[in-house]
Write a protein that binds this ligand. Structure first.
Ligand SMILES: Cc1cc2nc3c(=O)[nH]c(=O)nc-3n(C[C@H](O)[C@H](O)[C@H](O)COP(=O)(O)OP(=O)(O)OC[C@H]3O[C@@H](n4cnc5c(N)ncnc54)[C@H](O)[C@@H]3O)c2cc1C
Length: 218
């Protein structure tokens, strides 16, 4: 078990954590990042902005090919959907961007520790494995908590990530649902709803999310 001393230990390698870690290293600090995921980039790069935009772009192209090209004088036959290829491309985009963060960590000499970061006491961060055992202990002059957020469960609703999905499950669906009810008309709900709709599903907003409401926060 290693005990190393860092000027800054960042817990969480999402956009909050990785940008701060890189900037601190560039300013001359000895920096470590503790991330519980196997890859860097947090929600945004792994299960948020990036995969969602990748699917949105593919869905948009699919819709354009089916509806909008004729008006430009571009004649193509009706497109068919290869969802497996949608997902493959999405995975490749995620892989490239998360590896980009790993590259930047290396370039800026940032030490990374895979595991759950737990502040033991002032100036000390333990790195726990999946079994809860302490793998490393890092001495830290400064600690940055950049642990992000998680999906809020609805009371009485079990999210099984198959029929009832969070945004994370919605990005992994292996079939285009015929009907999809999106609870919440924030940016994430609208984006996932619209990309699913473009893939020919019939999308219905929940009664609580009136069309008069403007998109809220992500
Ligand atoms: C589908 C979707 C689409 C989105 N689209 C956009 C968009 O287009 N534009 C936009 O600006 N935002 C978008 N967002 C929001 C964006 O993802 C978040 O705002 C952003 O990820 C927050 O960054 P963060 O670093 O604060 O947290 P996160 O990205 O959540 O990163 C936190 C990291 O900390 C890790 N962590 C947590 N606890 C610990 C611990 N104890 N030890 C070690 N690691 C830990 C987590 O594993 C995670 O990797 C979207 C989100 C979703 C879900």
């Amino acid at each position: 078990m290693a005990t190393e001393t860092f000027d800054l230990v960042v817990i969480g390698a999402g956009p909050g954590g990785y940008v701060a870690a890189i900037r601190a290293a560039q300013l001359g600090m000895k920096v470590a990042v503790v991330e519980r995921r196997a890859t860097f980039g947090g929600t945004c790069l792994n299960v948020g902005c990036i995969p969602s935009k990748a699917l949105l772009q593919s869905s948009h192209l699919f819709e354009e090919a089916g509806h909008d090209l004729g008006v430009h004088g571009v004649k193509v036959g009706p497109p068919t959907l290869d969802l497996a290829q949608f997902m493959k491309r999405k995975a490749a985009v995620v892989d490239a961007t998360t590896k980009g963060v790993a590259f930047l960590f290396k370039k800026n000499k940032i030490a990374s520790f895979q595991g759950i970061g737990r502040i033991e006491k002032a100036g000390s961060v333990a790195v726990l494995g999946d079994d809860g055992a302490v793998k490393d202990t890092l001495a830290a002059k400064n600690i940055l908590i950049a642990s992000g957020s998680d999906v809020i469960p609805l009371p009485g609703v079990t999210v099984d990530e198959k029929k009832i999905v969070s945004s994370t499950g919605a990005l992994e669906l292996t079939e285009v649902p015929k009907r999809l009810v999106v609870v919440g008309a924030g940016i994430i709900g609208l984006e996932l709803g619209s990309s699913t709709a473009s893939r020919r599903a019939s999308t219905t907003k929940s009664p609580g999310s009136s069309s008069a409401r403007s998109p809220g926060r992500a």
